[in-house]
Design a protein around this ligand. Structure first.
Ligand code: 173
Length: 497
């Protein structure tokens, strides 16, 4: 077994060893290939890098990327010097705020989780989770679009009992929502996506596991209860053999649906995330940035997304059908023409999504696209929605059961919710997600009753007025970056002398 002292001697660019999860790796030759640059590895040369490694990488990233001869074996734990984590003044203040979190019972809605998370999360994690593309117009529009749909409730129906359970791709769910895929779960909490797996089990909802989870895929599948349904979100690798392995492994582990992301041939520019990282660097370091060939201003997500294939196209779908029997769903469809093509190519459904506003700014909201898909697929292929054979999903901007009910009325099978659950566990761990799901259930029960819909089947198009949905004149969010740069004009003023 290696000793910590011996590892510590390999602390240069010429010989660089690091410790991750108690094992030693020789990363000297990998330094220049690290998607996040060599500098961050060199900071831990000869040391234990686990704490820095964990939130950004799946546990098997290092073992699957380094040739086996570079795996140097375990290190004697007692001989490794603890990496001193310096607690900055800012961090101290953050921990104090964490202590002052309101009780979970005082959290009344999903917005509450967001505002508490903003106060208690590390800045880097908040910046990464909350950021969106360019001027962040689409992320706001995603939520605002629901404000353009109004209810037409029915009265005098027996709503003593309301049942809002439903099915997604044939699998039971306690309500027509699912926990959608979001990357880098450990940035917000050490248990990462496991918080979601556990809460999903408790509340009978389906979790979509992300390709870029902080926990390993198998860890998340192993943590599921018997019979618990999970889906997989897939980023398609330029190396199709890797993708094939991921897909077939997922199928063998019982994953019930493959959601192929189609809206991210390149990762969007999330300036809040980029600016945060830029400011966090030592100014002297920044002036040298680029010396290791990595553009640090792009943030962690872009650095680790270089494997995604921008060449992915409609012609690839046949290949997916040849390698798996799982239902295939395209995630990130943004107009009816592409939804129609997906149907014609035998997909099991589409997610009308703009990736939480993180990709193309001024992409329309999923719920707006939903309405046009329903109209055109009915007209051109005679489809009725909700439809068992070709299911429509929506995500983005959902914060209330009323938002979900509006999408269901318009023809969606279910709605994906992402950020609110990240915020819930970043602030409160798994109990936060439990509470978020309980809040949604309470909201569902009341709103279904008030709408006069005892079951999900009773939530019909006639229950909503969406006549303004396409009107972008209403509630277009203001462009605050532009507004603050464009100086406010002054009135005539009195003489001062
Ligand atoms: O939205 C994202 O941040 C995302 O999907 C992603 C993609 C690649 C790497 C990390 C995150």
């Amino acid at each position: 077994m290696l000793s910590g002292k011996e590892v510590a001697q390999h602390n240069t660019r010429e010989s660089c060893w690091i410790i991750v999860h108690g094992k030693v790796y020789d990363v000297t030759e990998f330094l220049d290939d690290h998607p996040g640059g060599s500098r961050i590895i060199l900071k831990y040369a000869g040391k234990d890098a686990t704490q820095e490694y964990d939130p950004i990488h799946p546990p098997d990233a290092i073992t699957s990327n380094l040739p086996i001869e570079k795996h140097l074996g375990p290190v004697e734990p007692d001989t490794v010097e603890k990496v001193e984590v310096q607690i900055t003044d800012e961090e101290k203040l953050r921990l104090e705020r964490m202590e002052k979190r309101p009780l979970l019972s005082e959290i009344l809605n999903l917005h509450d989780f967001e505002s508490i998370a903003k106060l208690v999360m590390p800045d880097k994690a908040w910046a990464y989770y909350s950021s969106a593309a360019d001027d962040e117009i689409t992320i706001r529009e995603n939520h605002a679009a629901y404000h353009r749909i109004w209810f037409r409730p029915r009265i005098l129906r027996d709503v003593t009992k309301v049942d809002f359970s439903s099915t997604i791709l044939g699998h039971k769910t306690s309500m027509p929502i699912y926990i959608t895929a979001t990357a880098l779960g450990k940035l917000g909490h050490p248990d990462g996506e496991l918080n979601l797996t556990r809460a999903a089990a408790k509340h009978g909802v389906i979790q979509m596991i992300p390709t870029l989870a902080s926990c390993s895929f198998d860890e998340l599948v192993d943590a599921a209860q018997p019979g618990q349904v999970q889906f997989l979100q897939l980023y398609v690798n330029k190396d199709r053999e890797i993708t094939k392995r991921i897909v077939q492994h997922a199928e063998s582990r019982g994953i019930k649906g493959l959601f192929i992301t189609v809206d991210a041939p390149q990762l969007g520019r999330r300036e809040k995330d980029m600016r945060q990282k830029f400011e966090a660097e030592d100014p002297a370091e920044v002036s040298k940035s680029g010396s290791d060939g990595v553009d640090r201003t792009q943030g962690a997500a872009r650095a680790i997304s270089s494997f995604i294939d921008p060449g992915l196209n409609w012609g690839d779908l046949k290949w997916f059908k040849s390698i798996t029997k799982m239902p295939l769903i395209l995630k990130g469809v943004q107009c009816w023409e592409d939804a129609l093509e997906a149907y014609d190519q035998g997909m099991a459904g589409v997610v009308l999504s703009n990736h939480g506003g993180r990709q193309l700014d001024f992409a329309r909201s999923g719920v707006e696209v939903l309405a046009e898909c329903v109209t055109h697929l009915k007209e051109k292929r005679g489809l009725k929605f909700p439809n068992e054979k070709f299911q429509l999903f929506v995500d983005g901007g959902v914060r209330r059961a009323t938002d979900v009910i509006k999408a269901i009325a318009l023809g969606a099978t279910a709605v994906g919710i992402g950020r609110p659950f990240l915020y819930s566990y970043s602030a409160y761990g798994q109990e936060g997600v439990d509470q978020a799901l309980q809040i949604l259930r309470d909201e569902f029960e009341m709103n279904m009753r008030l709408l006069g819909a005892p079951t999900i089947k009773d939530v019909v198009p006639e229950m909503v007025d969406a006549s303004n949905l396409n009107s972008h004149i209403v509630a277009v969010p203001s462009d605050s970056l532009f507004n603050t740069n464009y100086e406010v004009m002054q009135h005539a003023m009195l003489k001062t002398k």
